[in-house]
Design a protein around this ligand. Sequence first.
Ligand code: NDP
Length: 478
Amino acid sequence: MSDSKLTTTAGNPIADNQNSLTAGPRGPLALQDYQLVEKLAHQNRERIPERVVHAKGWGAYGTLTVTHDITSYTKAKLFSKVGKKTDLILRFSTVAGELGAADAERDVRGFAVKFYTQEGNWDIVGNNTPVFFIRDPYKFPDFIHTQKRHPKTNLRSPTAMWDYWSHSPEALHQITILFSDRGIPTSVRHINGYGSHTFSMINDDNERVWVKFHFKTQQGHKHWTNAEAENVVGKTRESTQEDLFNAIEKGNFPKWTFYIQVMTESEAKNFNYDPFDLTKVWPHGQFPLIEAGIIELNRNPENYFSEIEQAAFSPSNIIPGIGFSPDKVLQARIFSYPDAHRYRLGTHYEALPVNKPRCPMQHYHKDGPMRFFDNCPNPEAYYEPNSFSGPKEDPSMKEPPLPVDGSLERYDHRQDNDDYAQPRDLYNLFDEAQKARLYSNIAAAMTGVPKAILERQLAHFDKIDKAYGDGIRAKLKG
Ligand code: NDP
């Protein structure tokens, strides 16, 4: 017999875990069989709401090692010296698929990193693409509805997708990435990560610069064609989980080089487009990548649910030396991510072990689900201000003021905005074979879409390059 004793959740020993308590061998059951009731009640509660987006995920723990000095841009202590290491957790995901979706699907991959720094958690909740489909968060629910199931058929709807996109030329850049070769990575070890939004860094002299974050894979890019992916999904729906988990178990630790791009406040003012527009990159030629460190994933979670499903990332988690920007989509995510976690996990979700900061954490939020944390050292200090040595704000952490101007208005974000130039730059990077695959990937995704919607969308591709539109037309006919 094993020494390990089975108990109830209250620690009471259990005499029999094989046979229910019944009146006679044929039943009926007795309600006093508490362990039977508890097992069934727990089973009923084993699921929490899945994420509305980024439901299917894979993740692991690791470290950031600083390799280059970027202290002229940021006072963030995790970058304070070359060689410094900070623990992190990284969760990858697909965006549209549900929890049980196949891994090898054409979709953007989430790339969410939580750095457990000495100044609290810093989260970069990015993607494997440097841009996104929208630049105004007002459109996020509408856009996501087009990626999810049709209310009547309960099927994904190519018509909804292309109808929405054909009315939203700002999506063209991300569409071109999504339907390019990089749209179906073989595994998340073979993707780049991008913070996508513009953020800020603040140095010891309290000077602000605007920054973008890039994580470049050291494993190289690897992707599947549509046909290869169909074959993979036919054999396993868990290709990414298998690849990432097994690589780490074998000690084959994936790594990414961490870079920043920097733009000064005055460069941003005089720039020829809005540097806070999430549908646009900053060209490398003008804003070169500055190396900062290496991230490595080197430890699998022990329990997928508690450490990956319950991991909660939010762009609202910033540390002294790292700040936000006026990017409208970032601003909305600062609200909506913690709101999603409070709904999905519970009020004090940041008290869960995977989310808990590794530094002291002291606040005056009080009760509610998952109230695991202690009182302040002096329990009299449960409001603020108080006379009982409770935690106080630190004015030295104040950011420099950010000048803003303009009238309150619903500005047309499409007016005078060039939605074609940057997708064209990307398109021009592709060789003829890559372009041919781009055309067929797009044509394949347009099956069953009404002609009027197709024409509206093809006119946008024509504006990127006539050959782009014509290439898709030819595949649609073929
Ligand atoms: P560069 O020629 O300096 O760099 C091209 C970039 O494109 C590289 O970062 C490369 O990533 C990336 N890339 C190559 N193929 C794909 C693909 N199928 N999907 C997504 N990214 C890809 O370019 P510029 O900076 O002048 O920008 C030109 C275009 O490159 C942009 O319009 C944008 O679409 C794309 N791009 C630009 C980025 C930026 O931050 N400037 C970042 C990512 C893409 P890698 O080096 O890993 O091969």
